[in-house]
Design a protein around this ligand. Structure first.
Ligand SMILES: Nc1ncnc2c1ncn2[C@@H]1O[C@H](COP(=O)(O)OP(=O)(O)OP(=O)(O)O)[C@@H](O)[C@H]1O
Ligand SMILES: [Mg+2]
Length: 253
């Protein structure tokens, strides 16, 4: 099974100033369990590509297959169900629900999937603890810093153990320690669950966890223009404890 196949995907935005070609005939094939890191200048099409892979947006032309399903021709209702079950995403702008607490935000995808309330909240609390936010479950997004909101949004993306995890600049608002915590967590999720992960980033440290590093410029994938990879020392003890919690979470679900 392929995690994602894009064939000649083009995305054109119609604006007052004319057409903007955000993606220009992008083809890509990603195996299950790969960690794909997308880098490239601002406005190069990273978020557009992630939106299409996550099925939140449709291409102007071309074909998209996610987990072997043809999502280009799927109806809106079916697509919504498919997404809920299979895709977790962390938006560049977080998109937390302002009138729900951190814990309720994280539990949201689980509740939507029909997971028992107590279990959903138990998982939400564990996930928050995992991202270093054990104490803030009862707070609302407006009461959290940008970096805290980002970690809540990350926990929400992971909540339902989706086979496909899409992370748009997951480390853009956090400090160095939390960035390395998030990277350890992403590596751990990938190892334990064989989750396929797409990450758009400007942060060179993220290259350390990439199986596949893709450079994009002007809406086109540029082979051979990838930036050099970073080495990252991952705190083994911390990852081990994260592993244990992830397994526990998986078994609970
Ligand atoms: N909804 C939209 N309407 C019109 N143009 C858009 C829209 N979304 C994106 N664009 C345009 O598409 C191009 C690609 O944008 P995109 O958001 O994918 O870039 P990006 O690589 O994610 O940038 P950044 O690193 O700043 O997040 C840009 O020229 C942008 O202006
Ligand atoms: Mg972007």
């Amino acid at each position: 099974m392929k995690a994602a196949v894009l064939r000649e995907v083009t995305k054109v935005y119609k604006t007052k100033g004319g057409d903007v070609v955000a993606l220009d005939r992008v083809s890509l094939s990603v195996e299950r369990g790969e960690v794909v890191v997308l880098m490239g200048p601002s406005g190069s099409g990273k978020t557009t590509l992630l939106n299409i892979v996550s099925t939140l947006d449709r291409p102007t032309s071309g074909e998209v297959y996610i987990l072997d399903r043809d999502v280009t021709h799927m109806g809106e209702r079916e697509l919504e169900k498919f997404r809920l079950r299979n895709v977790g995403f962390l938006f560049q702008t977080f998109n937390l629900v302002p009138y729900l607490t951190a814990e309720q935000n994280v539990a949201l995808p689980l509740v939507a999937l029909g997971v028992r309330r107590e279990l959903a909240y138990m998982r939400a609390r564990l996930l928050l603890e995992m991202v270093g936010l054990g104490g803030v479950g009862g707070l609302y997004p407006s009461q959290l810093s940008g970096g805290m909101q980002q970690r809540v949004a990350f926990a929400r993306a992971m909540a339902a153990d989706p086979p496909l995890l899409i992370l748009d600049e997951p480390t853009s608002n956090v400090d160095v320690d939390n960035a390395s915590l998030l990277l350890s967590l992403i590596a751990a999720v990938n190892k334990t669950m064989r989750t396929t992960i797409f990450i758009a980033t400007h942060d060179p440290d993220v290259t350390a966890i990439a199986n596949r590093l893709i450079y994009i410029r002007g809406g086109r994938l540029r082979e051979g223009e990838e930036p050099p990879r970073r080495e990252l020392s991952i705190d083994v003890e911390r990852v081990a404890s994260i592993y244990e919690k992830l397994k526990l979470l998986h078994e609970l679900g």
